[in-house]
Design a binder for this molecule. Sequence first.
Ligand code: NAD
Ligand code: MG
Length: 295
Amino acid sequence: MNKQIYNPLTKYHHDKFPKQKQEAPALQCEMNPLPDCGEKSYQGHNRLEGRKVLVTGGDSGIGRAAAIAYAKEGADVAINYLPVEQKDAEEVAKVIQAAGRKAVLIPGDLSDEAFCKKLVDEAHHKLGGLDNLTLVAGKQTAVEDIMALTTEQIKKTFEVNVFSLFWITKAALGYLKPGSTIITTSSVQAYQPSGNLLDYAATKTAIIAFTRGLAKQLAPKGIRVNSVAPGPVWTPLQICGGQPSDVIPEFGQQTPLQRAGQPVELAGVYVYLASEESSYTTGETYGVTGGMHIN
Ligand code: NAD
Ligand code: MG
């Protein structure tokens, strides 16, 4: 697969998706078609040998693709996810172990500050160190009318998508040494917000500001902070209320590349931002959007 040259328009699923809906958080193992998170398709080159990494949202979608790529690049990986996602998480653990690396599974809710601290301490303890935070977990629930957007939803979206970044970073700073990296996950929504994703898009813009400011604050410590801004990617987030169900079949087809991305197509950017190759890059946002603009 890796030696061939593919047409990006047709490299992955580019037909309509079957209509489907699950309760949030959706399970990846029940999606049709299954997202490609690099289980077979990603090939590592030892670019992260010996690293110790914590990935939130590592059970599915983009976080799973990052976790699998990191392991195939030689890193030991702890993943966080919600307890109901245990089945997806166990699949990821098997792929990490098959790559010869250590997999640590730490379920729990990131909207709980005390849990965020426990998560970081446990990841550090069980991995025997910590040099990268890959913060991918996120909540997205489409609501057409601001009058129907509840305070409960607004708070939860901000707690999971934004507050947890503060809590996890604060808990980890005592462990991170010069050369460590933090990678956040924003979105094309930070730049081109949809009318039905007000709370979500606002969190994604906040993540860009957090990333840029934290990069300045941590540069003197030798810690780099960058963000990945995905466009439409075929993941569980979209089929459990992230998008209205009726737009699922055409999901991603509005991009210049005319299809949804697959999570594995983001793995290379996460690996790059965690690796020595990006040593002069901080406070930056990398778009992986199928051609949508992020400025
Ligand atoms: P996903 O559903 O696979 O991943 C989201 C993960 O967030 C879940 O697996 C879950 O483990 C985690 N999560 C949600 N609420 C949580 C909570 N309270 N506590 C702990 N974990 C929680 O979907 P994905 O699309 O891979 O999402 C990953 C990131 O990518 C998100 O931040 C999302 O905003 C971002 N993103 C996705 C797209 C897309 O089109 N899929 C586009 C732009 C940005
Ligand atoms: Mg999941």
